[in-house]
Design a binder for this molecule. Structure first.
Ligand code: SAM
Length: 285
């Protein structure tokens, strides 16, 4: 196979334009080779916090000029960056991860595209995707919903609005609010599998799965520190009466009606009493 040498994947020379560059979410080693190249060769780096980005630049040996930019920046700053990116490469980074994903940059990218500026992406780390892949939850369909609202009612309303969504849900969360969010989830989705992915790519990385009530209890006893991605598995598939009969018949071959009802209730989330009555019926047939 003809594998290109790493240098040849870089654009030479770096064309003028706006480069959206992902940076690490914890482990510095996660900056991409192309990310390093673009940050070193850009004329200007638009960043949320010059101190945070300054540390990254120092680590990769870049001395590029920084310009503070966030979504509260003035229209003039945005226009200036767009004009600069017509003439030279301008990089956009956030404090960590992929810019625009619960981070500044949306207005700048939109305005740059509307202005006909060359916009390119240099992808890399993103906590939502890192958490999803680590969680072991179904990932064929997922919905990223950003940060949950702080106020109880707004949070419950948002979760309620996602109730029927047949996908894994991904939220960004903070340590002090995690238990409250899990408690609300325990009311709305008592049977859905939840994962708490914490401190991804850092020394104390952990991913803990369980039901919302179990996790709320655990994190009440062990208050979580650091950054968190909270994931909710999709709703269990609707089990038809036909399916539950098949499961009961299979279970009855090996256990009593009472145990079979308990097993199928756990698997399907169906009512145990109803299943027990049906198991007795099936046994007598
Ligand atoms: N743009 C970033 C990205 O691509 O992931 C997200 C920025 S958002 C302001 C910060 C939130 O992302 C944190 O509050 C946390 O929910 C999540 N996050 C960032 N880094 C993380 C990490 N290392 N482990 C777990 N969650 C993280």
């Amino acid at each position: 196979m003809n594998t290109p040498a790493p240098e040849s994947v870089f654009i030479k020379p770096l064309e003028p334009g706006l480069y959206i560059v992902a940076t690490p979410i914890g482990n510095l080693g996660d900056i991409t080779m192309r990310g390093v190249d673009v940050l070193r060769r850009a004329q200007i780096i638009a960043c949320e916090d010059t101190r945070v980005t300054g540390k990254l630049l120092k680590a990769i040996g870049a001395e590029t000029r920084m310009q503070r930019y966030d979504d509260h920046a003035t229209v003039e700053t945005r226009q200036w960056l767009i004009e600069q990116s017509r003439q030279a490469p301008v990089a956009l980074v956030s404090d960590a991860g992929t810019p625009l994903i619960s981070d500044p940059g949306y207005r700048l990218v939109r305005a740059a595209r509307e202005a006909g500026v060359n916009v390119a992406v240099v992808p890399g780390a993103c906590a939502a995707i890192a958490g999803l892949t680590l969680s072991g939850l179904p990932n064929d369909r997922f919905l990223f919903a950003g940060f949950l609202p702080v106020k109880d009612k707004a949070r419950a309303d948002m979760l309620g609005s996602l109730d029927g969504v047949d996908a894994t849900l991904i939220f960004y969360e903070t340590g002090p609010r995690l238990v409250r969010s899990l408690s609300v989830m325990a009311d709305i989705w008592p049977k859905r599998e939840i994962a708490v992915a914490r401190e991804l790519t850092k020394l104390h990385e952990e991913c803990r799965s369980g039901l919302a009530a179990e996790l709320a209890e655990y994190y009440t006893a062990h208050p979580p520190k650091g950054e968190i991605v909270l994931l909710v598995g999709p709703p269990a598939e609707q089990v038809t009466a036909h399916d539950s009969d098949a499961l009961l018949r299979e279970a009855l071959e090996e256990m009593s009606a009472s145990k079979a009802a308990g097993t199928v209730a756990r698997l399907t989330g169906m009512d145990r009493q109803t299943l027990y009555a049906r198991a007795v019926e099936l046994k007598s047939q």
